[in-house]
Each structure stands twice: as C-alpha cells, then as structure tokens.
Design a protein around this ligand. Structure first.
Ligand SMILES: *[C@@H]1O[C@H](CO)[C@@H](O)[C@H](O)[C@H]1NC(C)=O
Ligand SMILES: *[C@@H]1O[C@H](CO)[C@@H](O)[C@H](O)[C@H]1NC(C)=O
Ligand SMILES: *[C@@H]1O[C@H](CO)[C@@H](O)[C@H](O)[C@H]1NC(C)=O
Ligand SMILES: *[C@@H]1O[C@H](CO)[C@@H](O)[C@H](O)[C@H]1NC(C)=O
Ligand SMILES: *[C@@H]1O[C@H](CO)[C@@H](O)[C@H](O)[C@H]1NC(C)=O
Length: 230
C-alpha cells in the first residue's frame, strides 16, 4: 500500500477547490496614488496601510457586496489599535464595521443582485474625504471616478478636518437625509448639487436620479485608486 496515495488525493481535491474558488473570486487592486499614506478600509477585507505608490491586492469571494474607502492620518499601535482623522472604523486597523463619515466610498455587488453581473459605484452620499477611481481591469466595461476637489469646494458649514460632511450629517433633516414619507423620493438639494458638480460620476444623495451605477460581467477584476489625478 502506498502511504502517499491518500495524501496525493487530498492535494488534488485541495487544488481543485482552490482553483474553483479563485476562478470565481474578484480581485481588487487598491492603489494609493496620493502624496500621503492611506490606511484603506475594506468590508470584506479588513484594512491595510498603503504607502504612497503602494498597492494592496484583495481577493473577494463571489456573491458578496462590499465597500472600500480611505482612512487618513491614522496611528495604530502594535496590536492594530488606534485612531484615524477620517474613515475610522471603531479604532481598529482591521475594520469590522464601516468607516465613520465623511468618506468617499467605492461600493460593489459581485454577482449578487443580478446573477452574472457585478454592479458598482462611487458614493459621496456619506460625504467626501479622498478622491477615488473604480474601474475594471480585465473586461471592456466602463468604470467611474470622483476626482473633483470636494475639500476645496466644501461649504464651510460642512467642513471637518480632512473631509467634507454630507448635508444629512450636518443638518439631519428629511430633505437632506431622504427620510421623508415612504414612497416620496427626495430631490437634489443646493448641497447635493455641489457634490454632483465636483463628482458627476458619483452618487450625491440617496435617490440620485442620474445613472450612477455601473455594471460588468461577473468574473471581472477591478482597480480602486485613491487620488487618481484629474
Ligand atoms: C494598543 O492599545 C490598546 C488600547 O489602548 C492596548 O490595550 C494594547 O495593549 C496596545 N498594544 C500595544 C502593543 O501597545
Ligand atoms: C446563476 O447563473 C448560473 C449560470 O447560468 C447558474 O448555474 C446558477 O444556478 C445561477 N444562480 C442563481 C442564484 O440564480
Ligand atoms: C493630517 O493632519 C495634519 C495636521 O492636522 C494636516 O495638516 C494634514 O493635511 C492631514 N493629512 C491628511 C492626508 O489629511
Ligand atoms: C442651502 O439652502 C439652505 C436653505 O435655504 C440655506 O440655509 C443654505 O445657506 C444654502 N446653502 C448653500 C451652500 O447654498
Ligand atoms: C496618479 O496621479 C498622477 C498625477 O496626478 C496621474 O498623472 C496618474 O495618472 C495617477 N495614476 C493613476 C493610476 O491614477
């Protein structure tokens, strides 16, 4: 009897499983093109410090929705506990909850809402901290970005260190938070128009009627860039 036979069968099944898993996963290459360090936050994925020019490659299982955002001006101790000026997720380097607003967010659904299709967008509904681009790398489908200077254009009543708050966070009214009576879709406001003007390719409020979701066939890989340049 060959003692290695069972082992080789196990290895074979392991490799087949690995291949199937990788074949259906989406890879996100998250690149920091800013002139400063970014601590990316990702759900799923956790988080990672990305030096300027660096890239974090994140594999995401199929049938997942998620989001990726930037955290700025962080400091963490050796246990990964600390704080960030923007995008902080409960003080952990490895995020388990979303980043606290204001954050620019890349949002996606991999093969979930619609079978065979990935749906994604960039949102400034929860405010803005860092410009971003979100684009496919392996298919001929269209990506999106938010490259306007929303820190410079931010009205003073929305300004916070390192970011621009959403009008909902600043004023908490049904008009700005889209929390009016059921079925009543809220409209663009004088503030959402500023966000839209700077980032036409992003969601600027919850019921933004401009087409801001993008689709690619499932199986596509993506690049997310912080500070993609104009
Ligand atoms: C990090 O900070 C936390 C909370 O202050 C503390 O409990 C932990 O021991 C610290 N870890 C290190 C390695 O300093
Ligand atoms: C999605 O489509 C694939 C291929 O057409 C099919 O095998 C699978 O059962 C579908 N899944 C769902 C949840 O509809
Ligand atoms: C980090 O904080 C310092 C001091 O508050 C500020 O000058 C700098 O612009 C911040 N950096 C980023 C990337 O927000
Ligand atoms: C937006 O409209 C509100 C209510 O009319 C007003 O108080 C506020 O100053 C306006 N803000 C801007 C940036 O136009
Ligand atoms: C990084 O920023 C520079 C300068 O703004 C720009 O030219 C370049 O295209 C950017 N790179 C990426 C990957 O977006």
């Amino acid at each position: 009897m060959n003692p290695f036979k069972n082992l080789s069968i196990l290895c074979f099944y392991f490799l087949v499983t690995l291949f199937i898993a990788l074949a259906h996963a989406a890879r996100f290459d998250i690149t920091n093109n800013c002139s400063f360090t970014i601590w990316a936050g990702a759900l799923p994925g956790g988080g990672r410090e990305i030096n300027k020019g660096g890239t974090w490659s994140l594999e995401v299982a199929p049938t997942k929705s998620g989001r990726i955002w930037a955290r700025t001006n962080c400091s963490f101790n050796g246990s990964g506990i600390g704080t960030c000026q923007t995008g902080d997720c409960g003080g952990l380097l490895q995020c388990e909850v979303g980043g606290s607003p204001p954050v620019t967010a890349a949002e996606y659904n991999i093969n979930q809402i619609q079978n065979g299709t990935d749906i994604f967008d960039i949102s400034v509904v929860d405010g803005f901290n860092v410009p971003m681009a979100f684009s496919p790398t392996t298919r001929e489908c269209t990506g999106t970005d938010c490259t306007g200077d929303l820190i410079g254009l931010c009205p003073k009543e929305l300004k916070v260190p390192g970011g621009c708050k959403s009008p909902c966070a600043a004023f908490n009214t049904p008009e700005y938070c889209c929390t009016g009576s059921v079925g009543e879709r809220c409209k663009a406001t004088n503030y959402s128009i500023i966000f839209k003007g700077a980032c036409p390719g992003a969601f600027s409020y919850s019921y933004d009627e401009k087409l801001n979701t993008y689709t690619c066939p499932s199986g596509t890989n993506y690049r997310v860039v912080f500070c993609p340049g104009p």
